[in-house]
Design a protein around this ligand. Structure first.
Ligand code: MN
Length: 425
């Protein structure tokens, strides 16, 4: 069947032809708009992908610089060498913090920031935050304290990592701008319909803010004034990130301040309350004291030379023996002939990646298929954890790999392997 076109219409009536022309124009406009939207989406995706790639590419060597300085500091050094290594580590950490700020800010601006939704214990969060605060306030001879309102429940579902990030940011600022007196943190609670609202306040007796400074406080890149930036450093992104994070968590962030007397920075978040007896979603870490020194033979599967060296050095320090495979295929070969107590598995590798290699391991005969596999990954994006666990991995450690994260993961999964062996006899 032929479609009716204006030419075939043949009525000689001008109106339908005009109508067809209008429809055609409209169709073209719609198609143009659709194409433009698709192009914009592609551009936005490309930008985010670029950001993720750049992040990975900068973080990996940055992580290596910091970790190598860490390792250097565990060797015997004279005072001058120690001083150099400490400066190297501190500068590396500073640079990584700036990098993280810029990435967070870009993700928040692009609306690509995703929050976790996990169960957490507020009293634990307050306790660890209080310890860190105490440590640093003590070094400046400031009074300090942490208090939680008595009626405040303990168990919530939300993003404790981001709550901690906002808290740390506000505490950092309070400590930075307070030379005498105190820095105190307080948490309180209000029911908000079916949700809960938590309010955190950080009170300091620092330099305070003028009205003009207050007005510009949350503008990105704006320090209270440029002399403050010069004196106290920082990207000036911290507060605008903290405010956006608070807003993303359904709350807000603000401050009351009197110049020369001090400031109160507060932020609120909306959360779901969790039943106190439900099981924790996150695997609980085993107390270091309970496990003693680590023992076992570990297969390191990693294609990057520097990362290989770094992980080997960490495992040496933990007292573990190890072998290294440069990709998934080489790892599978090694596992056919030798027993390993645990596999540390990089994700992105040539020839065979970590996900595929893990699937192959799980298909191997017993007992090799039961070997714990811990992913080493630079892409800690939302959903990655699920992908790794679905491929048969037991856990993951984010890159840049830090000694304490790696130790904790090894402790949990080596202990798990021992428990399994005990059950199997
Ligand atoms: Mn890799």
């Amino acid at each position: 069947m032929n479609e009716i076109s204006p030419q075939q219409n043949g009525t000689g009536d001008a109106a339908p032809a005009d109508l067809y022309a209008q429809i055609e124009t409209l169709k073209q406009a719609l198609e143009g708009e659709r194409a433009a939207r698709a192009a914009a989406e592609r551009a936005s995706e490309a930008k985010s992908d670029l950001l993720a790639t750049v992040s990975h590419e900068i973080r990996t060597p940055m992580g290596a610089i910091i970790s190598m300085a860490d390792l250097l500091l565990t060797t015997s050094l004279d005072d001058i060498q120690r001083n150099y290594a400490q400066t190297l580590r501190q500068s590396g950490r500073g640079l990584l913090a700036i990098l993280n700020d810029i990435l967070d800010y870009s993700k928040l601006s692009a609306g690509r920031f995703e929050l976790e939704n996990v169960r957490f214990d507020l009293s634990e969060l307050m306790k660890s935050t209080g310890e860190a605060l105490g440590h640093r306030a003590g070094a400046k001879r400031l009074e300090h304290g942490v208090a939680t309102a008595e009626d405040c429940p303990t168990h919530f579902v939300g993003d404790p990592v981001r709550i901690r990030q906002v808290l740390n940011n506000l505490i950092d600022n309070a400590l930075k701008f307070t030379e005498s007196g105190s820095v105190k943190l307080r948490a309180s609670y209000a029911a908000a319909g079916t949700d809960a609202s938590l309010r955190f306040e950080i009170c300091d007796t620092g330099i305070g803010l003028s009205e003009a400074q207050k007005a510009r406080l949350f503008e990105p890149y704006a320090q209270a004034d440029s002399s403050v930036g010069a004196k106290y450093g920082g990207t000036g992104l911290g507060l605008s990130i903290a405010k956006r994070l608070a807003e993303l968590m359904g709350g807000d962030l603000g401050c009351e301040s009197v110049e020369g007397q001090g400031s109160v920075f507060w932020f609120t978040v909306r959360l779901k309350q969790a039943a106190p007896d439900s099981k924790s979603a996150a695997p609980s870490l085993i107390d270091e004291a309970d496990i003693g020194p680590l023992a076992g033979h570990v297969l390191i599967v990693e294609d990057n030379d520097v990362n290989q060296m770094l992980i080997q050095a960490y495992l040496d320090n933990f007292g573990l023996t190890h072998e290294t495979a440069a990709n998934g295929r080489v790892a599978l070969e090694a596992m056919r002939t030798k027993r390993f107590d645990l596999v540390l598995m990089d994700i992105m590798m040539p020839e065979m990646d970590g996900i595929e290699a893990t699937k192959h391991i799980r298909a191997m005969p017993e007992p090799v298929c039961k070997t714990p596999v811990v992913a080493l990954t630079a892409n800690a994006m939302k959903g990655d954890r699920e992908t790794y666990l679905a491929s048969g991995m037991d856990g993951y450690v984010s890159k840049p790999v830090g000694a304490s994260d790696l130790f904790a993961a090894l402790a949990v999964h080596l202990a798990g392997a021992r428990a399994n062996q005990a059950v199997l006899g």
